[in-house]
Every structure is written in C-alpha cells, then in structure tokens.
Design a protein around this ligand. Sequence first.
Ligand SMILES: *Cc1c(COP(=O)(O)O)cnc(C)c1O
Length: 394
Amino acid sequence: MKLPVYLDYNATTPVDPRVLEEMIPYFCSAFGNASSSNHKFGWEAEQAVAVARKRTADLIGAIPRDIVFTSGSTEAINISLKGIAETYSEKGNHIITCTTEHKAVLETCKYLEDRGFEVTYLEVDGDGLIDTNELEKAITNKTILVSIMLANNEIGTIQPVEEIGKICRENSVLFHTDATQAVGKIPVNVDEMNIDLMSISAHKFYGPKGSGALYVRGRNPRVTFSKQTHGGSQEKGLRGGTLNVPGIVGLGKACELSAEEMENEIELHVRKRDSLIEKVLQLENATLNGHPTKRLPNNINFCFSMIDINALIGDLNDLAMSTGSACTSASMEPSHVLTAIGRPHELAGSSLRLSFGRFTKEEEIDYASERLVTAVQRLLQESPQSIISKSKSN
Ligand SMILES: *Cc1c(COP(=O)(O)O)cnc(C)c1O
C-alpha cells in the first residue's frame, strides 16, 4: 500500500487513465480550434466537442444543446447567478440560497447583495437539510432565482432537490443547483428534478481540472441570461472564449465512464463508508456530521470532542484528509457548514473529512479506520479534558 493514503476525493480526484488517454490526441495532433470552420483541424476539434457534449448531456438527462462548457463550477456558478440576476432584474431582485452552500455561491450572492439584490439564506437542520416549507414561505413575487446545492462538499448531505425544483416550478422561479459533488457520483436528472441551471466540474469525478459545464434549460421554460464574458460568441454567447478541447473531451469521457460505473460504485462506496463510520463511532468522543443516509456515498465527516485536532492531523500524516477549518490568513475559522448544522465553535473546528473514490482500495479504508481509531484513543488518554470528565463521572 502506498502512503499517504489519499482520502480527499471531495477536494479533487485523480484523472482516470481512460480519460487521459482520450484527451491526449487533442493536445498535439488534433489541436485545432473548434471555431475554425474552414479546415480539417477545426472540424476534428468541433467533432470531439460534439461527442463530449452528448456524453455530458446523457449523464444528466439533458439535450446536448443545453450544455455550456466552462472552466469548472466556480465559473459556471458565477456566470449563471450574475447573468440571471442582471437579466431578470426587471422582474425582481430577490434570490434564495442556503447557509451551507460552497463559497462560490455564497460570495457571488454577497457580490449581488452589494449591488442591490436581496438574498435570503435558508437555515439547515442538524443534518444539513433545508426545510422545503421554509423555502416555499421565502418565495415572494420579487423572487427570481433559487440556488440550492445538490450535495454538500463538506458533510455530504443530499438536499431534496426534486421537491425544491417542484416548488420553484410551481412558483415560476428559476432553480439553479450546484451539483459539483453529485454529478458522476449519484443519479442526477435535470427533468425529473426540475432543474433550470446546474453547475458541474470534471475534476470532482475523474476528469481534468479547469473543465466543467453549466446546464441551461432550453425549453419549458427557456432560460437565458446576459453574457458575463465579452469578446467571443462561443457557447451561444453564454461563455465566450476558445474552447478547452482536451478538457472538454476529458469531461465527456468522465461522464461516460460514470454513467457506466455509477450503480456499481455507489454500492461499493456505501459499504466502505458505512464500515468506517461504524468503527469510528465506537469512540466516545466521535460524532458524525451530515445526514446518516441522505449523504454522498463517498463522504465521511466527523467531529471529535476533547482532543486537539491539530495533534490528530499531525499524528495521521500518512492519511491525506481535510479538516473542517479553512485556514484564513491569520486565524483558524471554523467551517461555516459545521456552524450552520449547530456544532459549537470549538467542535466545528475539530472536524475531519474523509472522502474516497474509484481508486480507493478496501485495505486503504481498513488502514485508515484503524489508524484513526488508534490515534484518537491515544490522544483521548492524554487529554486533560478527558481525564476531568472521567473523574467527574466516577
Ligand atoms: C469543488 C466545488 C466547487 C468549485 O468547483 P471548481 O470546478 O473547482 O471551480 C463548487 N461547489 C462545490 C460544491 C464544490 O465541491
């Protein structure tokens, strides 16, 4: 077994060798510009983009012309939220999102708030779910857009997107979902879920970094928004700029592979996930963050009380994981997601996310749970808080 074990698949995944193989010709030999319509080089590139567009659309139950290629989810989120806000500002200035969104959504919303839009941030329950009754109540005749993520990147909770989409549709409000963590891992269908706009990123499911897509519903209703990139008419003017052909080919291949392997992978991943969760939850100081069942098959997130999380991370340098604190310039800020699900400040700062995927072996999961349990037990024995709490209970 190679160390460290990579358990940070929700941050990024390795490129699947089958994806890379498909991309390679588009760097040096079939290197044409997909917009060059006068020669073979351009046609070749255009054809490859068309295949990728079809594969991407197929994975999410869309039609190819509703796919807009982008550099990833951050860009897809930015151009859709800002573009919709600008286009529909006559109709209203109200947007609804939730407190546990990725920063790409939260900070774009903040940007829009500074420009006169009103944003409602729905709260979530202890498992990270929004209350759809609250969503319904929050919608006014000024609401133009709801943006709720499909699956959370930190705690893995899967929102009731189908119901959210239905509520939006009934109220004639557009619905965007940040599906970056969901697409390629769990079934997503834009029609069944009443999704109008959806952001996707290749590098979260075995495709290359810097490649993604925005789904934009073309009919019932037809969605359009003002361009946020000027100077190119690519992607129907919704995202100008020379297409990243190898990246797009990689995204398409990643979509095709996920469509084929998803069912099997979900089963394998859920088994690994639940076995690790079961072992770790036997520790007296461990709690699981996120919904116990409505969660991504590959995501695990724990809080550990009474121990120093930095000491734990230091101990476990043979495991590549994420902590729940984003190291901002000077201070350690606890995760906004863990705060939103009601974890107290000190606990929110002591969380650990383990996320795995296609290339994670059974023995790596076993090794990780063993190492984690042993390290936490050792720190617990040394912890002054733990000694105090034990002597109190005696
Ligand atoms: C990774 C991630 C993003 C950002 O995607 P990029 O393609 O890296 O810009 C946005 N939202 C969620 C939920 C993510 O996990």
